[in-house]
Design a protein around this ligand. Structure first.
Ligand code: ADP
Ligand code: MG
Length: 386
């Protein structure tokens, strides 16, 4: 279904209202501030961010909303519609679960001088968890944005992104790059973000939504091996950089012909960096067929060189690539399950979504979900008048 700007605005307003109402219900008072952070889909540039390479993600009209108010007693109580109950941090047995993200953002914001004392928080979200649309980064950036509002001081987009990346590293044990947090904090509506993960420089890449649609195709394949595969590949990239005598694979132009794992991974990173830049140019020039071909090449590289796609993603992408009206398709995010991203002709988008879901089901027996997304702006926060 085509998604237009007013639908994206409606979705944003609806979830903010739900968060406000649920907060009032659970805590018996109105929130003092609300914040909203989008999920994201990466159009191209996977497994390049931690090698200081290029990525080109887009914030999407799936949102995490956080409503909150300061507490005088210094304690932090948080609840999420995904979990149901309100917990007091420090009193839960489950600090390995979702509350570690809350703990991490609160601690690091305090360390950065955003002192608010205690907090009550309620979280609502339409970003699916664990599908590769970055619900964890949306959660962290949403909470950090709320704390900025309550503290009356802003960290700045990239400092906030880096703070939320540290939460993933230090509190969740996920050694991720900066891509998700940067685009969720700093995206501009109507555009994807070409991000240089070394300099943190960004360029807008406008998506002409009258001509093309971006579809997310969820394989509904749980990403069970994703954590260990991610860490393995990251180590392989570091080993390759060491063997090639560079700080990171960003500095490599040509990878020697050797076909062992570190060198295959390096070849993916080096060629993917070039594809990100070429894709950005093709989109800027409205060369959709070329942009789509580059996406297809990216998937092949992730499948054959990086070996991170897995059967379900390969099936989804192959089904998509054979449908009329599709310019290109590739896995997106960390891989091993999760979502693919599809670039389709706008007027065919609805049919492509239906045909792709049906083709994937008949090929794999698994029921996937395909939906159009819109390029929205990054996180924002508001004070609630009493
Ligand atoms: P992804 O970021 O790709 O969705 P992750 O495994 O990195 O997948 O993050 C998912 C985790 O983030 C969930 O298991 C949960 O701990 C936390 N999370 C994300 N969104 C919410 C939410 N709305 N409420 C509670 N926890 C959430
Ligand atoms: Mg995540």
């Amino acid at each position: 279904m085509p998604v237009n700007q007013s639908q994206a605005d409606d979705a944003r307003a609806a979830i903010l209202e739900r968060a406000t109402a649920a907060f009032t219900d659970r805590f018996g008072r109105k929130p003092e501030a609300v914040a909203i952070a989008p999920g994201r889909v990466n159009l191209i540039g996977d497994h390049t961010d931690y090698s200081e390479g290029f990525v080109l993600p887009m914030a999407i009209d799936r949102f995490t909303a956080v409503a909150g108010a300061v507490r005088g007693d210094g304690s932090v109580r948080a609840g999420s519609s995904r979990e149901g109950r309100v917990v007091t941090l420090g009193e839960v047995d489950d600090e390995g679960g979702w509350t570690r993200y809350v703990r991490g953002v609160v601690d690091l914001c305090a360390g950065a001088g955003l002192l608010v004392g205690g907090l009550d928080l309620w979280i609502e979200s339409s970003v699916p968890t664990g599908s590769g649309l970055s619900s964890s980064a949306a959660l962290c950036v949403g909470i950090a944005t709320l704390i900025e509002m309550l503290a009356g001081r802003s960290l700045g987009v990239m400092a906030k992104a880096e703070l939320c990346q540290r939460v993933e590293h230090e509190y969740a044990g996920v050694p991720c790059g900066i891509m998700d947090q940067a685009v969720i904090a700093g995206a501009e509506a109507g555009s994807a973000m070409l991000l240089d993960c070394r300099s943190l420089g960004v360029e807008r890449v406008e998506i002409d939504e009258s001509e093309v649609a971006v579809l997310v195709a969820d394989t509904r394949q749980p990403r069970t091996l994703a954590g260990s595969a991610y860490a393995d590949r990251r180590r392989a990239c570091e080993e390759a950089a060491g063997r090639l005598g560079v700080r990171s694979l960003r500095d490599v132009r040509d990878v020697p012909g050797s076909d062992d794992e570190p060198m295959r991974c390096a070849r993916h990173v080096v060629t993917e960096n070039a594809r990100v830049l070429a894709f950005g140019e093709a989109v800027n020039a409205g060369q959709w067929a070329k942009a789509g071909e580059i996406m297809n090449d990216s998937h092949a590289s992730l499948r054959d060189d990086f070996r991170i796609t897995g059967e379900s993603l390969d099936a989804m992408v192959e089904c998509a690539q054979s449908i009329d009206g599709v310019y290109g398709a590739r896995m997106t995010g960390a891989g091993m399950g999760g979502c693919a991203v599809v670039l389709a002709r706008r007027e065919r988008a609805e049919r492509v979504s239906r045909e792709l879901a049906a083709a994937y089901e008949s090929r794999t027996g698994r029921i996937g979900e395909v939906f159009a997304v819109r390029a929205v702006g990054g996180a924002s926060g508001f004070l609630v008048s009493s």
